[in-house]
Design a protein around this ligand. Structure first.
Ligand SMILES: [Zn+2]
Length: 98
């Protein structure tokens, strides 16, 4: 079994890692999914792997998320409370982390 010099780097990297170029291409999509509360990791496991492995891209991703969340975008479709008063307030107290 030959051991190319890059084997260490390869082993340290998730084989699903999409790489920087591709990561940059889908960064905004991934951010959208993240903000939408979708499951971006299951959709783009390679992207998730890359963000874990690549500091600069993870930083870009954080910046992008911050930029998008800081923008006065339309409030996420919050259900108007229909006052039928059954007191079933399922608020999970989720706050945006800043
Ligand atoms: Zn990268």
């Amino acid at each position: 079994m030959n051991r190319p010099l890059s084997l260490d780097a390869f082993l340290a990297t998730d084989p699903r890692d999409v790489g920087c170029e591709r990561a940059m291409e889908i960064l905004h999509v991934y951010a959208d999914l993240t903000l939408a509360g979708s499951d971006p990791e299951s959709r783009y496991p390679g992207m998730a792997a890359h963000l874990r492995a690549c500091g600069p891209c993870a930083e870009d991703f954080d910046d992008l998320l911050e930029a998008v969340t800081a923008a006065p975008a339309t409030a996420p479709g919050r259900n108007a409370e229909n006052g039928d008063g059954d007191g079933d307030e399922g608020g999970d107290g989720r706050h945006a982390n800043r």
